[in-house]
Design a protein around this ligand. Structure first.
Ligand code: CIR
Length: 256
């Protein structure tokens, strides 16, 4: 069974952290409606949606991806780089302990789940404004016993590694080559985003399909031509908060 942990949009979303975008008014009611469409897309693709407890006082709490990394063997509770986001982790501990044994990133390490791209046994970790060398080193130590290779990847111009690159098929990455160097992923095929859609590299792969923002139609067309099934979702309001489709869930395999 595929589990997708999500969390309700906070009514305080408009006070979210922002790094690269100017603050643009957010229609929270529309963000909530879009988020419901996103959860419906997860269910359509066979995932069981498990909602983490609401955190109405934490503006960015809907972006659960940043709080945890779940692998087959273990879940790692992260220590988000933005101090305002650190209280989001505690309620994820309760949810994820039902599925995995837990490890934690500890101070002075910081690591956002949005900076972690797992491709098989290789874990690419973005060195962004949110994830530091200490966090990366802790992750490497935690995962060594299971034979994962942790590879640091410099990221510029965007918030997280997965703003710049995500996996869309078995051996295919979707990438914005201005934000991350394609050479970092030497053995994997690369498809670039449409030039007019620089934020289009964030796709959420579920099985053989991807959940993908409906506001990036040209890149969606490229994915379609490459044989990737695209399930479009509206997510412009969450994008104003610098969120994408991977950020709104933590997806993993679990026993039924
Ligand atoms: C933040 O700046 O932390 C939020 N406003 C957006 C987080 C998006 N998360 C992600 O891409 N994994």
């Amino acid at each position: 069974m595929i589990v997708a942990v999500t969390r309700a949009v906070s009514p305080a979303l408009a006070e979210c952290e922002l790094t690269h975008l100017a603050r643009d008014p957010i229609d929270v009611a529309k963000a909530i409606a879009d988020h419901e469409r996103y959860e419906a897309a997860l269910r359509l693709l066979g995932a069981r949606v498990v909602r983490a407890p609401e955190e109405p006082a934490l503006p960015d709490a809907v972006f659960v991806e940043d709080t945890a990394l779940v692998l087959d063997e273990v879940a790692v509770i992260t220590r988000p780089g933005a101090p305002s986001r650190r209280p989001e982790s505690e309620s994820m501990v309760k949810v994820l302990s039902a599925y995995r044994s837990l490890q934690r990133i500890r101070p002075p390490g910081t690591l956002d789940g949005g900076d972690v791209l797992a491709v098989g046994r290789t874990i690419y970790v973005g060195l962004s404004s949110r994830t530091n060398h200490n966090g990366l080193a802790q992750l490497e130590t935690l995962l060594r016993e299971w034979g994962y290779e942790v590879i640091p990847v410099p990221v510029t111009g965007c918030l997280h590694l997965k703003s710049a690159v995500t996996q869309v098929a078995d051996n295919l990455l979707l990438i914005n080559a201005h934000w991350v160097r394609p050479e970092c992923f030497a053995s994997i095929d690369i498809m670039t985003v449409a030039p007019s859609e620089p934020a289009g590299a964030n796709a959420l792969r579920i099985g053989t399909a991807v959940i993908y923002p409906s506001h990036h139609p040209e890149t969606a067309e490229r994915l379609d031509r490459a044989g990737v099934r695209v399930v479009p979702v509206p997510c412009i309001e969450l994008a104003k908060a610098e969120g994408g489709v991977t950020c709104c869930s933590v997806v993993f395999e679990a026993e039924p």
